[in-house]
Design a binder for this molecule. Sequence first.
Ligand code: ADP
Ligand code: MG
Length: 583
Amino acid sequence: MATDINTPSASSSPTQDAPRYPEQVTGMYILARALKEIGVDKMYGLVGIPVTELAYIAQGQGIRFISFRHEQQAGMAAATHGYLTKTPGVLLTVSSLGFLNGLTATINATVNCYPMIQISGSSVREPIDLDQGTYEGLDQLAVAKGLVKAAYRVNKPEDIPTAVVRAYRAAISGRPGGVYLDVTTPCLGAIMNMADAEKLFEKPVGVYQQVHAAPEALDRALALLASAKKPAILLGKGAAYAQADDKIKQFVERTGIPYYPMSMAKGLLPDNHPLSAISARSTVMEESDVVMLIGARLNWLLSRGHGKWNPNGRFIQLEIDPEEIDCNRHIAAPVVGDIEPSLDYMLANLDKYKMSMDAGWVAEIQQISKEKNTAFARRLAVETVPMTHWSALGAAKKVIEANPDVILVNEGANTLDDTRDAIDMSLPRHRVDCATWAIMGMGMGSAIGAAVSTGKSVVAIEGDSAFGFSGMDFSTICRFNLPVTVCIFNNGGIYNGIGKPLESTSDPAPTTLDIRARYDKMGEAFGSTTYYVTTPGEFSKALAEAIASKKPCLIDVQLAADAGKESGHIGYLNPASLIPVTV
Ligand code: ADP
Ligand code: MG
């Protein structure tokens, strides 16, 4: 990976004369310029052969380069940047392992429909193609293809601007996703006359163009919605990504239809909105006769439209990707196009339709929500010491809700489920979590991407296990002095810290980590402010102070080892257990 750039034996390309700058430039300069021309002003990555100088040149071109300790986290940052800004985040990696580490994040971005571009240096082609064994030799393009939205290789410096435009358009057009751009070492190092290079740059026109749905599809959707007795609107992270916030709010409020937000759509309308059905998920699934999906997939997170769902219910789907329609359940009114123009049309034509919603439907949802919320508030109010997830979240809730513009990053098992339920969001795109794959190991990268791409403060609420995947990049938060507070909910393990090993071994149980670990000492190592808290009172005080400081902070939140249960709320995903583990 990041081998010493001066190691002569590591270079597999013939030695080239250095370019005579400014009359001559290299492929690296052309690449940095091409990125700048299309509007890229930030890049996330980890340098080494053959891309070190590219990062320096990019900085020289005014592109902020955020250098990480692990490529996967740089990729998570680029992906989060893409989600929050609706423009591709850019990840830079070295060849072989660096490429592979970053690729996991690019694939994850593709699954989540976030636009990003992974640019990776790759070794000289000839020995790779003949499998002769070369420095970091790997057929990276072949690996990436099929796992990401699009993958390209550029071999000649004069093709670089075209390659960048192509990658950029592929990342943001239609359903957004991750794009891989392979740039070979000879291409990066190739020398061109500056005058010839200058002629290569043309400002791309109309880089993002909205796709308008057909009026008949929109009218069909409105007619179906108007016919519903118990309609519901289901908002997904595609709705948050679309940045049509006012229109979504207007549509919900003008129709008066209750809405249910998926976890990253929380805050599109405030969670305490009178039409929020966030606490009445089962009722929406079981009773709604028409559900309008806006930027949400009927995937596993929604039982793929089966199970609890009303078998006679019908669906409307506002969706950019035509292949998504009918993929799990019949969609009675598909609306293929961008959410914003679709809502423009629907708002303009709403008055032509007479709604048939039952008078008691909203009241029913509100009554159920009230009961659930009262019981939930009681659970959060118990100030248990040692802390459970709930008592810790009761403390965090007050502080985070008093700072609504803070972006909340969240991962873990119980820490994910309970934080999502406990902390109300009131602004769009202020919650970033492990999303569609429900993966672990997005925390530090996403926190950095959120802070860098928006300039806002971030709080990351991390399970102790989840933090372990990306913890070293807390040092990146410190090096760049970002306003990020990381809270580690330490219950000493995966799910919890009381897993018992079988009698045949003296090793720790597979789920056991370290209940006594002092994560705050890691913060000290990199110069952040740190806290170790054992009571809800200490936690809320520390968190309020940390957010107000707008500086890197790390809070070790000591929980009880028996706080938490297997797979959070979704234990059914684990195969039936033959082993009497206590998790
Ligand atoms: P959630 O997990 O929150 O339910 P998903 O990621 O499953 O959300 O679904 C998001 C959907 O939104 C994807 O199918 C994606 O194609 C779609 N989408 C993304 N951007 C837009 C847009 N601008 N207009 C319409 N649909 C979009
Ligand atoms: Mg844990």
